[in-house]
Design a protein. Structure first.
Length: 68
């Protein structure tokens, strides 16, 4: 039976898993890449929320009626 690390290496695409010269997985770099991707996703979601939250209105907008 393969170990979990060997299964992860087999299922991952080539070049995705950071490895040392001896072929073992570099967990520190793997966790750094994971943290970087999670933080970037959170920041992207926050930026998207801030940009789309206001819509097309400006500060001080109030509804007005048309007087003819």
């Amino acid at each position: 039976m393969d170990s979990i690390a060997e299964q992860a290496v087999c299922t991952a695409a080539a070049g995705e898993m950071p490895k040392f010269a001896d072929g073992s997985i570099n967990l520190q770099e793997l966790f750094r890449q994971l943290a970087e991707s999670v933080i970037n996703a959170v920041m992207d979601a926050e930026a998207e929320e801030m940009c789309s939250a206001s819509g097309n209105s400006r500060n001080g907008y109030r509804p007005r009626t048309l007087n003819t």
